[in-house]
Write a protein that binds this ligand. Structure first.
Ligand code: HPA
Ligand SMILES: [Zn+2]
Length: 347
């Protein structure tokens, strides 16, 4: 049930944004790998990386588009070899997310980035899964995994990846589609998504990050996804905006990612406010926080400061994040009660 949100002065808004419970629904775990951890794992595993220092690596984080980021992101992931490495990466992210009052998170992972280097699927999934289980007990944050297919690879390779992952069917809740968007439309993966649907997996896909609204339509109509990751290009298509609003299809928007990958020239130009005003179930997320300069609260703080969003929008975004999540209805209601409690008592 929605409550009437009291106005909050601009100097108090950051505190409310930090304190409100929220769900994160668009985070690539490999994109949470901080430069310090990349260097530590490179040393631990004797993997050579083409950067002399943490500072030199950080200086390479000057991106012009999605592909320029992906090249460095895949290079960074090359230090991950053992179950403990995947565990350490995920634990570090979960601890950081808990500090931002993320109560629930649905984490993407890219198995093909690792299996292509000879790392076993079991190693990847077991390491990530153990970190999620321990974080629930020790940090009181709930976490689920979503396996992403790399769209620059073939559908045949996606099918092979699914086969390798199925012995771990109980350790992931859904599948997604990520990597280079332009030239790799959702319909390229029609058959593998149909199979995943038969298996009862949740379905999501990156669409309309750099790609056209047509990719969002085919993600919905051909892949039958339940959420769109990014989806910011939908504001170019009025009929699509109506469809997303009518069917309450969530968008997992990532403002700092969009800024760093030059999807919008400045944060002040971001369309998150317009998406919310149009009644879409838009959410704010971090995408690849180690590369884009901020975890959840930093995304909220910078976006609100740049675009002039207010407490009412914060409330909507917090509620949307739980509505858009794949948690069971009873848990959803409990999280929404916690959101209401924070907003009702804040002054
Ligand atoms: O923002 C992204 N888009 C597509 N693929 C990705 N893989 C990690 N982050 C991204
Ligand atoms: Zn993403």
């Amino acid at each position: 049930m929605n409550i009437a949100v009291k106005p909050v002065s601009p100097d108090r808004l950051p505190e409310l944004l930090r304190r409100m419970p929220k769900a994160e629904l668009h985070i690539h775990i490999e994109g949470s790998l901080e430069p310090d951890l990349i260097f530590a794992l490179a040393q631990r595993n004797s993997v050579a990386i083409p950067y002399a220092s943490v500072d030199e690596l950080r200086r390479a984080y000057a991106f012009t588009n999605l592909q320029s980021f992906l090249d460095i992101y895949y290079a960074g992931a090359s230090v991950l070899l053992h179950e403990q490495d995947f565990y350490d990466m995920a634990r570090a992210y979960l601890a950081r997310a808990a500090m931002d009052n993320v109560a629930h998170t649905e984490i993407f992972f890219d198995p093909q980035t690792h299996t292509a280097r000879g790392v076993k699927m079991d190693t990847v999934i077991n390491g990530l899964h153990c970190a999620c289980v321990d974080a629930q007990a020790e940090l009181n944050i709930s976490a689920s995994l979503i396996l992403c297919f790399l769209r620059h690879l073939s559908e045949t390779e996606a099918f092979e990846t699914l086969e390798q992952a199925l012995p771990h069917r109980d350790k992931f809740i859904g599948v997604g589609l990520d990597s280079s968007e332009l030239g790799h439309p959702p319909e390229k993966f029609a058959r593998v998504f149909a199979r995943c649907r038969e298996l009862g997996l949740h379905l999501v896909a990156h669409a309309g990050e750099e790609g056209p609204p047509a990719y969002i339509w085919t993600a919905l109509d051909i892949l039958k996804v339940e959420r769109i990751d990014h989806g910011v290009q939908s504001s170019k298509d009025a009929a699509l905006m109506q469809r997303l609003a009518r069917d309450r299809i969530p968008l997992t928007v990532c403002p700092l990612s969009n800024l760093k990958l030059c999807v919008f020239p400045q944060l002040a130009d971001h369309n998150i406010g317009a998406l919310l005003e149009a009644g879409l179930v838009a959410t704010i997320n971090s995408d690849d926080p180690a590369y884009f300069g901020g975890y959840m609260n930093e995304n909220f703080l910078q976006t609100f400061a740049a675009t002039g969003l207010a407490a009412q929008h914060a409330y909507q975004l917090a509620c949307n994040s739980f509505e858009a999540s794949f948690i069971e209805p009873g848990a959803k209601r409990r999280y929404l009660d916690q959101v209401n409690e924070v907003f009702a008592s804040f002054d």
